[in-house]
Each structure stands twice: as structure tokens, then as C-alpha cells.
Ligand binder design. Structure first.
Ligand SMILES: Cc1ncc(COP(=O)(O)O)c(C=O)c1O
Length: 467
């Protein structure tokens, strides 16, 4: 009987943070002041902030309590022991190097494993991951299954790596040229789509065949496991904890941003199975992040991550969390908003190409759409398209990604479904006035990770029509 009740938050609020909605003219002024880059807005000027699910979680009372028992010793902190144990219990990797966040873990792992001229194969690499690979003088190859590039294709595991293409790629360049395979679960840049356990097993076999290390970017592993349980009948009877362990058992280690499924506001780690690899990675960690028992974090942060890693496996929490994203997706679809199907684990992705058919790719339709959603309802999303893809560092040419998306990432345990209704209503209004929305052009373009700090100017719709 309980299952028939409508879903509600499996928690109640103990502390609240007021938010306010500016008027439309105030939002237009704020947008202009931020140079049409939503990263440059003040968070006080945002009503519903779906820029990212990273570091934006509401921590639990147990996490806040754990902060008080943080051991701030430089070396040998007992908070590190608690984190190490939690990682081993949840993911099964015994060797843990804490880092200040996910990209710190990428920096340490890639400094250990990646040499200039090599390749790192993945499903769709995240932007900081790609940038760190390129920073090592290597190339990041996206080899996800073709379905991920079709927003209409509602296949259950669009995050899967195309193992045949990866095999052909390795044969082509030779296994020594491939530093590692890194599969991101769920595949954030590809629409938050999950990776099946069967696919991870196939990647393991591929890695063994060529003797190439295989890692996970595991920052959303609990959400991936929950979606495996939902979408693969073979896993319907398993716990999320068991599925996470099985996923990790197939890899040699992982990078992890604890700002996602660690339910913490900061933190990350590299986790490894092989003690020899741990020894090789350790000096890089000390150089970039700090001593091995704190890794750029306060002891209290280590405690919060250790508790968060255990909490995130809770079935009621995941059912509500992933369910909220799915309810947002359904509401937007019913409002006629063009979307990537199916819903991702942490986010809904709007298909800007179909939303703004009159805006050509070189006028950055997804950037224009993200700005329009802010103007219409104070909702902040993020462009995942040509702006984020940047330029090829070898040729300087604009990359032209196959998808132009706006990601609405839902922070964990933060917003209610009433907030999601406002988001749906905002998108409906933006859709109704889409003909008047123009494009964007750069007025300042930084050379690395340009989307974070670039400045833009709008191109009026009338000007696009003339071009
Ligand atoms: C899949 C993925 N990998 C890595 C990162 C980088 O993590 P961080 O922001 O903690 O550096 C992110 C952040 O959003 C991510 O989504």
C-alpha cells in the first residue's frame, strides 16, 4: 500500500536559506552585467539555480555533526581513516588519495598515467577531464555509443562506451598509445545517461585484452546504479550498494568528485586497487593537493564525505532524487519543450537545436537559450554545446559538437517539486517567445575552459534572419 502514496521528500528541513526572484527588468540588467555568461551572475540574483549539481547538495544533520569531530592533524588524521574506510566499504578500492575536488583527482591520476602524445578513451569526457588530458599533451577520445547523439533515442543505457569502436581505435594507434580508458558514470556531458554493468564488463575485457588500465569517473555512481536497477531487469532485485560494488569491481580504480554523490560541498579522491600504482601516484598528490591524509581538504570535509558516501546509497533517497529529475523531465516534455530522452540521473537536458531552429550553431543556440531561461524566470542552467566544447588545441578550430544542449542540473536535497513547477512554467514561456530569441557571439574568449569566464553579446533574431 505504501508504494501507492505519492512521492515526497524522505527528509524534512531543519535549516532554510531564503531565495528571492528579481523582476524581469532586474534580471535583464543582471544578465547584461554578467556579459551573458551565467557563470558570472551573482547567486543572489538567481531564483532557482540549476547551474550544477556539484557541491550544491544540502548536507544532512549527520554530516553537519561529523564536521565537529574532524581531526585537523596535518598527518595521520583519523578523519582520513574514516574516509578511506568508507571508500573501501562503498566502492571496494583499498587505496585512497583525497583531493580538493574531482579535477584534483584527474590531475593526480593523469600525471601518473598519461604521457604526451597518448590518448585517453572514454564515453563522453567531462570538460575538466578533457582539459586535464590536454594539459598533459594527450588527446581525449569520445567513443560513446551512437545513441547518445540522438536526442530522440530513448535507449536505457546511452552512456555506454562503444566497445567495438574502442577496440578498432586501439588496434589503429597501438595499445601503447592509449594511456587509459575512463568511463564516466553517469555520463554527464552526454545527457546524464547511465552505463550498464554489462558494458562495464565488456570494457574490462577490452582493457585486459590490450593490457590498458580501466578507470571510472565514479562521481555519480550511486545514481548510475539506481538507474541500472530501474532499467535492467537483471538488477531489479539488487541493492544499489551491491550494484555500485559490482560496477567498481570491474575497474582498476576511479576518480571521484565528492561534490556529487559524496553529498558534500567540497572534496574528491582517487581510489586505487593496486598498491604499486598508489605509490606512483602519491608524490603527485603531495605536490598538487597536499599530504596524503588530507589532500587539500580540512579534516572536517573528509568526515562529511565519509558520511555522505554511505547516505547516498539509501534507496528512499535515490528513488526521490532520481524521481524528481524524472518528474521535471516529464513536466517539460508535456509542455512541449524539446529534450534529450530519456531523463538523466542528475539533470534534464534541453535540445537547443530543436528549441531554437532559427539560430545556427556558430551563433551558439544553447548559450542563447540558457540566457533566455534566466531572463524569463530567474532559472539558471548551463550551456553544454559549442561554447563548452571550445577549440581544438592543435588546430585552433572551433569544435562543433553534435549536440547543443542546456543542462538543468538538480542539486541534491535542495529544491521541492514546487520549484520544479516554476522551472517548467519558465521553459513554457521561453518556448512561446522563441522566435524573438537571437544568438550569441564572443566579445572575450579565454583560451582554456572558455565557458567559465567568457563574455558574450547577443545577436538579435532579426540580424540572424538577414544573414
Ligand atoms: C563527470 C564529472 N567529472 C569530473 C568533474 C569535476 O569535478 P570537480 O568539479 O569536483 O572538480 C565533474 C564536475 O562537474 C563531473 O561532472
Amino acid at each position: 500500500m505504501d508504494d501507492l502514496l505519492p512521492p515526497a521528500e524522505p527528509f524534512r528541513a531543519k535549516v532554510v536559506e531564503p531565495i528571492r526572484r528579481l523582476t524581469r527588468s532586474q534580471r535583464l540588467r543582471a544578465l547584461d552585467g554578467a556579459h551573458y555568461n551565467l557563470f558570472l551572475l551573482k547567486s543572489d540574483d538567481v531564483y532557482i539555480d540549476l547551474l550544477t549539481d556539484s557541491g550544491t547538495s544540502a548536507m544532512s544533520d549527520r554530516q553537519w555533526g561529523a564536521l565537529m569531530v574532524g581531526d585537523e592533524a596535518y598527518a595521520g588524521s583519523r578523519s582520513f581513516d574514516r574516509l578511506r574506510q568508507a571508500v573501501e566499504d562503498v566502492l571496494g578500492f583499498p587505496h585512497v588519495i583525497p583531493t580538493h575536488q574531482g579535477r584534483g583527482a584527474e590531475h593526480v591520476l593523469f600525471s601518473t598515467l598519461v604521457q604526451p602524445g597518448q590518448y585517453v578513451l572514454g564515453n563522453v569526457h567531462f570538460d575538466t577531464t578533457r582539459a586535464h588530458i590536454e594539459h598533459r599533451g594527450a588527446a581525449a577520445e569520445d567513443l560513446a555509443v551512437e545513441a547518445i547523439y540522438d536526442p530522440h533515442d530513448a535507449s536505457p543505457f546511452k552512456g555506454n562506451l562503444d566497445v567495438e569502436r574502442a577496440d578498432a581505435f586501439i588496434r589503429d594507434v597501438g595499445p601503447k598509445a592509449v594511456a587509459l580508458i575512463l568511463v564516466t558514470v553517469t555520463c554527464n556531458t552526454g545527457g546524464g545517461q547511465p552505463v550498464s554493468v554489462a558494458n562495464l564488463a565488456a570494457v574490462r575485457a577490452l582493457a585486459d585484452r590490450w593490457n590498458i588500465p580501466f578507470f571510472l569517473d565514479a562521481c555519480r555512481c550511486a545514481e548510475n546504479a539506481y538507474l541500472v536497477r530501474q532499467r535492467d531487469p537483471g538488477y531489479a532485485g539488487k541493492t544499489v550498494a551491491a550494484i555500485v560494488r559490482e560496477m567498481c569491481s570491474l575497474a582498476d580504480g576511479c576518480t571521484f568528485s565528492a561534490k556529487k554523490d559524496g553529498l558534500a560541498n567540497i572534496g574528491g579522491f582517487v581510489a586505487l586497487r593496486d598498491p604499486a600504482l598508489y605509490q606512483r601516484a602519491a608524490p603527485w598528490a603531495v605536490l598538487f593537493e597536499g599530504f596524503l591524509t588530507y589532500g587539500g581538504l580540512a579534516g572536517r570535509d573528509l568526515e562529511a564525505v565519509a558520511v555522505g558516501l554511505l547516505e547516498v546509497l539509501d534507496h528512499d533517497y535515490l528513488a526521490w532524487r532520481v524521481g524528481q529529475v524524472q518528474r521535471l523531465w516529464t513536466g517539460l516534455r508535456d509542455a512541449g519543450v524539446p529534450l534529450v530522452a530519456p531523463a538523466g540521473g542528475h539533470a534534464v537536458f534541453l535540445d537547443a537545436r530543436r528549441f531554437l531552429r532559427h539560430v545556427p550553431q556558430d551563433a551558439f543556440p544553447a548559450q542563447a537559450l540558457a540566457c533566455a531561461l534566466y531572463a524569463d524566470g530567474g532559472v539558471r542552467g548551463v550551456e553544454v554545446g559549442g561554447v563548452m566544447a571550445g577549440r581544438d588545441p592543435r588546430t585552433g578550430q572551433e569544435r562543433r559538437p553534435r549536440l547543443e544542449l542546456v543542462r538543468l542540473a538538480v542539486p541534491r536535497r535542495v529544491y521541492s517539486d514546487a520549484h520544479m513547477t516554476v522551472v517548467i512554467e519558465t521553459a513554457r514561456r521561453t518556448l512561446a517567445r522563441r522566435a524573438e530569441i537571437g544568438g550569441m557571439r564572443f566579445v572575450y574568449e579565454p583560451s582554456v575552459l572558455r565557458h567559465f569566464t567568457a563574455h558574450f553579446a547577443p545577436i538579435p533574431a532579426a540580424e540572424l534572419a538577414q544573414a
